[in-house]
Write a protein of this length. Structure first.
Length: 309
């Protein structure tokens, strides 16, 4: 595959078929790779309710062309990975939202173990890790749990788990909790409403692209119950601030100044906690991955990874 973007031409990269990795305890993770297996492994971790395809193929190809063996995957409860069965009740969500001790079906640490399980399946002892939003929480947890297995960390539009930072804009609530029908067009319509609300005001994505991505996401498999289980993991996560102060993994923090889903205070808190963290803040960038920023993402992740050498 050959890719052109923002005036750059990227060399051809090898793209695998989607494959399934048995992890543990009945969990299977669907994944796909870009690039040469002999290059430096880079694990891409997506956020709440997002399948691996939200890491755009063009961005993955650019990262592979910069010297990474790129691995993207569906977290459990998204896309083609294993779905849970435990039901989350509204009362549980409310207690978790208010900070009342509540048991979640699984934790951010469990999702981090899934990621390590995928690396084990691929025979990879250590990798660069980049995570977006909830994926950034997972990536941070991986670096804290087993720093010897994380060559570098990119925490993108994410936060530390401290409740006083990284909150959502209150105006988002009606859109996020709106009742939607079960059909494909219902999902596409609701998805458009969300992305128009949390997307980048400086880098707006065309409706036809948003509509196609929403349709593709629905076709891969959407689990509203799974999103609630992931949400419980986010709401019950620990505050990692003090642990991050002892992190020695080369760390990059990227955040948009127009992010309404995870306030930029979450990125700033992460950067302040991690010694030597590199920080990239972008005016007009919201809570998405707009194509005009692909080259910026690639260069920043590559430069941070080079510090691990």
């Amino acid at each position: 595959m050959s890719v052109r973007s923002a005036g750059h031409e990227w060399p051809e990269v090898i793209i695998s078929d989607e494959l399934v990795a048995p992890i543990c305890s009945g969990i299977e993770i669907c994944y796909q790779t870009f690039g040469d297996p002999d290059d430096e492994p880079l694990l891409l971790v997506m956020g709440l309710g997002g399948p691996m395809t939200w890491w755009d193929s063009e961005l993955c190809a650019q990262l592979a062309a910069s010297g990474f063996y790129v691995i993207r995957y569906d977290n459990r409860d998204t896309g083609r990975s294993t779905r849970g069965t435990e039901r989350v009740r509204r009362s549980q969500l409310l207690r978790a939202f208010l900070g009342t001790p509540t048991r979640a079906p699984y934790s951010i640490a469990d999702l981090a173990r899934d990621a390590f399980g995928l690396l084990d399946h691929l025979g990879i002892s250590a990798a660069h890790v980049a995570g977006i939003s909830m994926g950034g929480m997972i990536a941070q947890t991986m670096a804290l749990t087993a720093p010897e297995r994380v060559l570098s960390l990119a925490s993108i539009m994410s936060t530390t788990g401290r409740r006083s930072v990284g909150g959502q804009h209150p105006a988002l609530l009606p859109t996020l909790i709106a009742t939607r029908g079960p059909g494909r067009e219902d999902y596409v319509r609701g998805s458009l409403a969300v992305w128009r609300t949390i997307g980048s005001p400086r880098f707006p994505q065309p409706d036809d692209k948003l509509r196609k991505r929403a349709g593709d996401t629905f076709d891969r498999g959407v689990s509203r119950a799974g999103v609630l289980r992931q949400m419980m993991a986010v709401l019950t996560q620990p505050d990692r601030t003090e642990a991050l102060r002892h992190l020695v993994v080369p760390t990059l923090v990227m955040h948009g100044l127009a992010d309404r889903m995870v306030h930029v205070s979450g990125g700033r808190a992460t950067a302040a906690a991690v010694p030597g963290a590199r920080v990239v803040m972008i005016e007009g960038w919201g809570h998405d991955l707009p194509a005009p920023l692909f080259t910026t993402f690639t260069r920043a992740i590559r430069a941070n990874a080079d510090r691990a050498a």
